[in-house]
Ligand binder design. Structure first.
Ligand SMILES: Cc1cc2nc3c(=O)[nH]c(=O)nc-3n(C[C@H](O)[C@H](O)[C@H](O)COP(=O)(O)OP(=O)(O)OC[C@H]3O[C@@H](n4cnc5c(N)ncnc54)[C@H](O)[C@@H]3O)c2cc1C
Length: 491
């Protein structure tokens, strides 16, 4: 029995739900629809609102058929050997086919130019103009027009619905009608982008709040290496990163900004998660780039993983019995949680700001065990207020949903950070300033257990490059910290 519903939910049936209308979501929706699936694609933002994709400069790193081995090698080295090499191999293979596919869609690519220093052998392709992320989206969206894709803007997703251990749908709130919407579907593709917006300082648009990571975690999916987040810095200030300890930490808190989530939903090489029917695409996923990525590889990943995830979801839908079971108690509980938000009395905006400050100070560019532990404690104190936050306006409802997701993601980042006791790639610990291949060459996995998040770790999948070099310090796309005596692998 549902508790005092203000409004009955709208129930929509389809084959595949895609959450997110950035590059990864658009490509996933297009690919699923091309297979004949009925697809709904939703965004919590209005149609023209910025996403990371619309902000992107448009550089893309691709390989040619002659350089796919080299691209593979560079992705693994840049990631400090934490990548799932099975995924990287697929990425490198697909990367040489992607430019032709984009051209067929009508995307106008510049002539390829060699990638910058530190990336010999790969070929970087770029779009024209500075608004090229937007241009890319416009072209892909236009290609979806003749297909069976329903776009739901201003719809914020709240949770993945399960029947046993399989997906049976997704809940969202229609922000205009202030009404719960249930998308009943056997396949969900999460394409909600990263979570750099959990930090007070970021170059991401404010809606990049890690929602998909939180929803996947709550649904029981494995979350991998979520502590690996790249931060941008003025280069001159980081040259002496390892020597200046606390003083440097203060500088970076003033000058740095969160840029990209390297970790996220664990997915296999076909973008399927550990939960049946749940796929991931784009920045929401983890495990491909390890602890650092090549500049321009994020958009390439969106193109490739979007296609895999959309194709993977649609490839199965014909085999399923329709529609999937939607257990009534699951539906009622999800609707009750939405009701709590719609009736919420605590204003979500100040809570969101507090989470961002806590994350920046405790989990930002350079962490220590003390800063992480303090952040966890401060996040815990917010829990009771978060339970009652909500409101009536569109902005308040969206923010209240984000606050819940951010709170979950922030705690996962903190727990995984406590576990990674080293400095590697983009991940910097003032109390463990060196990379440690002896004990820390491992993927950190978080999974929802009965008593909260359970933390485990396992060695990264090393199918091809089995002898890890000493990893570099730096995010890859923002370069590396140069040491006085370069290491053997720094060529
Ligand atoms: C300033 C900047 C420049 C960059 N330049 C480059 C570059 O030149 N080359 C490159 O390769 N990479 C670049 N990147 C990185 C790249 O842009 C991103 O990694 C990539 O665009 C992410 O795409 P995505 O589709 O995964 O997510 P996004 O583009 O972030 O889209 C996420 C979508 O999910 C929706 N969403 C989120 N939560 C919910 C929810 N709860 N309910 C419903 N919808 C939801 C959002 O509204 C949005 O539509 C840049 C990033 C930034 C910030």
């Amino acid at each position: 029995m549902r508790a005092m519903m203000m409004r009955e939910p709208v129930i929509v049936e389809c084959d595949v739900v895609v959450v997110g209308t950035g590059a990864a979501g658009m490509v996933a929706a297009l690919t699923a629809a091309e297979s004949g699936a009925k697809v709904y694609c939703l965004s919590k933002m209005p149609y023209a609102a910025p996403s990371c994709t619309t902000r992107a400069f448009g550089d893309m790193t691709w390989s040619t058929e002659d350089t796919e081995d080299e691209l593979f090698r560079q992705v693994v080295h840049t990631g400090g050997f934490l990548s799932n090499q099975h995924r990287v191999w697929r990425f490198a293979n697909e990367a040489c086919r992607a430019p032709r596919r984009l051209r067929v869609l009508g995307v106008q690519l510049d002539e390829p130019r060699p990638a910058g220093e530190g990336m010999p052998g790969t070929v970087r392709w770029s779009y024209r103009g500075t608004d090229s992320g937007q241009e890319l989206l416009d072209v892909v969206r236009a290609a979806t027009m003749p297909r069976k894709v329903g776009f739901l803007y201003d719809h914020v997703a709240t949770e993945v619905l399960l029947d046993g251990d399989r997906v049976c749908g997704l809940t969202a709130v229609c922000l205009k009608a202030r009404q719960p919407v249930i998308l009943r579907a056997p396949y969900v593709v999460m394409a909600t982008g990263g979570g750099a917006g959990i930090f007070a300082r970021t170059d991401n648009p404010p809606g990049t709040t890690g929602d998909g990571i939180a929803m996947a975690y709550e649904a029981g999916a494995d979350i991998v290496d979520v502590e690996l987040i790249s931060f941008g810095y003025p280069q001159a200030r980081v040259a002496d990163v390892l020597e200046r300890g606390e003083e440097l930490r203060a500088d970076l808190l003033e000058l740095g900004y969160a840029h990209y989530f390297l970790g996220g939903m664990w997915v296999d090489a076909r973008e399927g998660s550990s939960v049946g029917g749940l796929f991931g695409a784009g920045e929401v996923t983890g495990g491909l780039f390890g602890a650092g990525r090549l500049g321009g590889s994020a958009l390439a990943d969106c193109m490739i993983s979007g296609r895999e995830a959309g194709g993977g979801a649609a490839g199965h839908w014909r085999d399923r019995l329709y529609p999937p079971e939607l257990p009534e108690d699951t539906l009622d509980a999800a609707c009750d949680r939405i009701e709590t938000i719609l009736r919420g009395t605590t204003h979500p905006v100040p809570l969101q700001e507090r989470i961002r400050e806590i994350c920046w100070r405790g989990l930002g560019p350079v962490k220590t065990e003390a800063s992480i532990t303090r952040a966890l404690e401060e996040l815990e104190v917010l829990s009771p207020e978060i339970a009652f936050c909500g409101g009536a306006s569109r902005e308040d409802i969206r923010t209240a949903v984000e606050v819940r997701h951010m709170h979950t993601v922030a705690r996962l980042v903190a727990l995984a950070s406590l576990e990674r006791r080293e400095t590697r790639g983009c991940y910097w610990r003032a109390d463990y300033p060196e990379p440690d291949n002896e004990t820390q060459l491992r993927n950190i996995i978080l999974r929802k257990g009965g008593g909260g998040p359970e933390v485990t770790s396992e060695p990264p999948r090393m199918d091809r490059l089995r002898e890890p070099a000493p990893p570099r310090i730096g995010a890859g796309c923002f370069g590396y910290i140069e040491r006085e005596t370069p290491r053997a692998d720094q060529g």
